[in-house]
Design a protein around this ligand. Structure first.
Ligand code: NAP
Length: 326
């Protein structure tokens, strides 16, 4: 039986989006002493999404409502959620993690599940905040179906922008890709697919400088020509912004293996290159970032934590036995 000191746990879950809440639920069911730390309201990116239509079992549910259901469900199995901002996760010399927060508390545990998500890079132009969820989106899979038959714009020229523009043509009548240069950064294969798609029109050398709307949502964009400096308008019902995504991995002190874009690389247990540090959801390097994949990762991570802790206890027992015998 583990003896716990003040602020000591079996596992600390950082973040309470779908991955964090699911990890907390499984940790609770696994009878682990677990703490979940979240800086805002539980829900993560769900709170930035109006309607969710691709979470199996829920044909259509508001993002905030699904967040609430997930939090209630996790709490039913004993999840302890504190509101605080994690500033640093550091593996100490004794092998435990020190998780330091903005309020000045240091929580400790032999394992951490990092589910701190990531943040889509924002354009930072007028109208972007105002119309978020009302025509401004950062997720084609989440919101594309709300724009059937409409004209849309995608901002950006990387893999995400070009691939998601192609995806959006399933629903939209037309998709403009507004890119600030005269060539894409995206991979050749994605570019070729987009160029072959009759519903896509590329607007080269332009950036979105303003998103203008009405009470119904986005109405048009003001675009700036990056060569001439001239301004023009683009009539669209929505704009999808894909100018990069920043995983929140800066909290971890020391080197942890990541891919070129900064996402954490894990093994099949969701363990990172730091033993005892697990990652789930949008911080993790993987093919897609969905609510379903986040909760899948989290399930694996929480169960892997149980097994990891059991193995640690066995090691401790063996050490104690060996010390007694010598
Ligand atoms: P990215 O590769 O960093 O591309 C960002 C794009 O946004 C670039 O075209 C950039 O323009 C443009 N941009 C950046 N800031 C801007 C601003 N303020 N205003 C206007 N445009 C701006 O990001 P990403 O497309 O999200 O991809 C991130 C990573 O995930 C990449 O490694 C990518 O390969 C990977 N990914 C892969 C796939 C796939 O393989 N299917 C799909 C999605 C993402 P410039 O080109 O002029 O810099």
């Amino acid at each position: 039986m583990t003896e716990y000191g003040k602020n000591e746990y079996d596992v600390i879950v950082v973040g309470a989006g779908p991955a964090g809440l699911c990890a907390a639920l499984y940790a609770g069911r696994g009878m682990l002493r677990a703490l979940t730390i979240e800086r805002g309201a539980p829900g993560g990116e769900l709170l930035n999404t109006d309607l969710i239509e691709d979470y199996i079992g829920f044909e259509s549910i508001k993002g905030w409502e699904l967040s609430q259901k997930m939090a209630e469900h996790a709490k039913k199995f004993g999840a302890e959620i504190v509101t605080d901002n994690v500033e640093r996760i550091r593996k100490a010399d004794d092998g435990w993690f020190d998780v330091a927060t903005a309020r000045g508390t240091t929580y400790r545990a032999p394992t951490v599940i990092l589910t701190a998500g990531g943040t889509p890079v924002k354009l930072g132009v007028p109208g972007e905040k105002e119309y978020a969820g009302k025509g401004v989106s950062y997720c084609a899979v989440c919101d594309g179906a709300f724009f059937r038959g409409e004209v849309l714009a995608v901002a950006g020229g990387g893999d995400a922008a070009v691939e998601e523009a192609d995806y959006l043509t399933r629903y939209a009548a037309k998709v403009y890709i507004v890119h600030r240069r005269h060539e894409f950064r995206a991979s050749r294969i994605l570019q070729e697919r987009a160029f072959a798609n009759a519903k896509i029109e590329v607007v080269w050398n332009k950036t979105v400088s303003e998103i203008v709307g009405t009470e119904k949502g986005v109405d048009h964009l003001v675009v700036l020509d990056t060569v001439t400096g001239g301004r023009s308008t683009l009539k669209v019902g929505g704009v999808f912004i894909f100018i990069g995504f920043k995983p929140n991995t800066h909290l971890v002190e020391g080197h942890v293996k990541h891919d070129a874009a900064g996402y954490l690389i894990t093994d099949e247990r969701m363990m990172t290159s730091i033993p005892g540090l697990f990652a789930a959801g949008d911080v993790r390097a993987q093919l897609t970032r969905q609510v379903t994949t986040a909760v899948g990762d989290a399930t694996t991570a929480a169960i892997a934590v149980e097994k990891y802790l059991a193995a640690l206890r066995e090691q401790e027992k063996a050490k104690t036995k060996a010390a007694a015998a010598s």
